[in-house]
Design a protein around this ligand. Sequence first.
Ligand code: F1P
Length: 289
Amino acid sequence: MTHVLREIASQPECWRQALELGAADPAGLPETGERVAVIGCGTSLYMAQAYATLRERAGQGETDAFPASELPPRRYDRLVAITRSGTTTEVLHALGAAGDVPTVALTADPATPVSAAARTVIALEFADERSVVQTRFATCVLALLRAHLGQAPDDLVAQAETALATPLPEGALTRRRFTFLGRGWTGGLAREAALKLREAALAWSEAYPALEYRHGPISLADEESLVWFFGGQEELLDDVARTGALTTVTALDPLADLVRAQRLAVELARTRGLDPDNPRNLTRSVILP
Ligand code: F1P
């Protein structure tokens, strides 16, 4: 079994710990009313985007997400950084430039430079991973942050179990183009799902805000496409189905549905003869000279 598959399968137990940690209000996370910037790179950026939308829509305060390399010189009350490795150069630079702004980092490895760069560190060592391709660290961070916002469904762990047990959409593995659609906080999940397919399976994949899909990109949809809805955009289903594309939507919580997309990425890799633990051109973290 590959590391990534083992890590995907371990998510229910990991989420249990993450949810507990988030509900316990760990030091350093934003307080209600603060203006907050959230940063990360790659997968961690997409989790930052999901959290930013959730927090702002929960009425907890203005929250913006940025790639760590693109943080604008604006004044925020707090800077939240997400980094599994704790070594990503752009994240360390952004934290280092924060001046007197309180900073907090969520990481799987606190024995790394991020602990010196951030004022507070929240360690999720239980969610660390052997695989280059991130799965459980990312979902654990979001589960933790949702619990902290009081926005995690009570049955989230059970839903992760269901997502692991549910068969993948029939015919998905023979499609050649994969599109993920999300709205609000699930936009970040859609981008993450698309990244998983690129990283693990070298698959052609993309992601859009759901209602933008009808404004052009749908012209690419055909019998070779799979269009994956992260819930709540059923008004588009008929239009997409008419193109010949395979569509999939579930009643699962979108974070649990991301587990299904992770499984698809690994299954696709297997059918294409690829090793998802050793993705092409990728390293566990990007350390710039
Ligand atoms: C972020 C990241 C991963 C990506 C690749 C390089 O790392 O961009 O999302 O898959 O492995 O690193 P981190 O800052 O969360 O450690």
